[in-house]
Design a protein. Structure first.
Length: 224
């Protein structure tokens, strides 16, 4: 078993005018490369904050997040940007596609950031869109796609850089149960066949069952 993320005593406090919000308190766990992790908890329990910290989108207040012998908590901005570009894919509940870009242009974005040529960007993005079953929707704009298709474009965009970890924040939260199953099965395939670690926040017990490791949060703390 290879450890991919080791989290020690992680805390995140948001300082607001009204006072401090302790979104995460003393969180410690370790995730293996092959894991499909589901993260559950009541709304407001810190799930999104945890995913954003682990994916290098926000800075924790204290603690350690070790990825490949580097501590993301004390990494420089440049190192953190490199981690996001090379190792991480992110899927959100609202798909977060760019509305004025076609499906393939949306998928090309991370490749552009990683300095691939235009030709490579198009080839790789087309093949990943094929993989998610949208080979015939490449030039569709998000508004011309169904919700399930939009989420598959978002997953293609998260996959295209061949990340080590995909973080998914309520990826089926806006989808019908039948479409949700398709997305969850696909994430499971990504986990098993491409050996990509999945960390997924969900409020659906059915979705949480896809996790072979389960993390539960309550008021910013880990419950067991
Ligand atoms: N950017 C922010 N600034 C201030 N407080 C925040 C911010 N983001 C989240 N919070 C607060 O932190 C707590 C955890 O939020 P969040 O991580 O979004 O929870 P969840 O995803 O589990 O619903 C909540 O009390 C929320 O109000
Ligand atoms: Mg959330």
């Amino acid at each position: 078993m290879t450890t991919i993320l080791n989290v020690q005593n992680l805390a995140k406090t948001y300082r607001m005018r009204e006072g401090m919000v302790h979104a995460l308190n003393d969180i410690s766990f370790s995730i293996n490369k092959s894991d499909f992790v589901s993260i559950t908890g009541p709304s407001g329990s810190g799930e999104t904050t945890l995913l954003m910290a682990l994916s290098g989108l926000i800075r924790p207040t204290s603690g350690e997040i070790i990825f490949e012998n580097n501590n993301l908590v004390t990494a420089s901005d440049k190192e953190l940007a490199g981690y996001r570009k090379k190792h991480v894919g992110f899927v959100m509940q609202n798909f977060s596609l760019i509305p004025y870009m076609t499906a393939i242009q949306n998928v090309m974005i991370p490749l552009g950031l990683n300095g691939h040529s235009e030709r490579e960007q198009k080839q790789l993005s087309a093949s990943v869109l094929e993989l998610v079953g949208l080979g015939n929707r490449k030039s569709h704009y998000p508004r011309e796609l169904s919700a399930g298709q939009q989420q598959r474009v978002a997953i293609a965009r998260a996959l295209v850089n061949k990340p080590d970890i995909i973080f998914a924040d309520e990826p089926t939260g806006n989808l019908d149960p039948s479409l949700s199953t398709g997305i969850l099965e696909f994430l499971q395939k990504v986990n098993r066949e491409f050996n990509i670690t999945i960390m997924m926040v969900t409020h659906s017990p059915q979705a949480a069952n896809y996790g072979d490791v389960k993390i539960r949060l309550d008021e910013g703390r880990l419950c067991n």
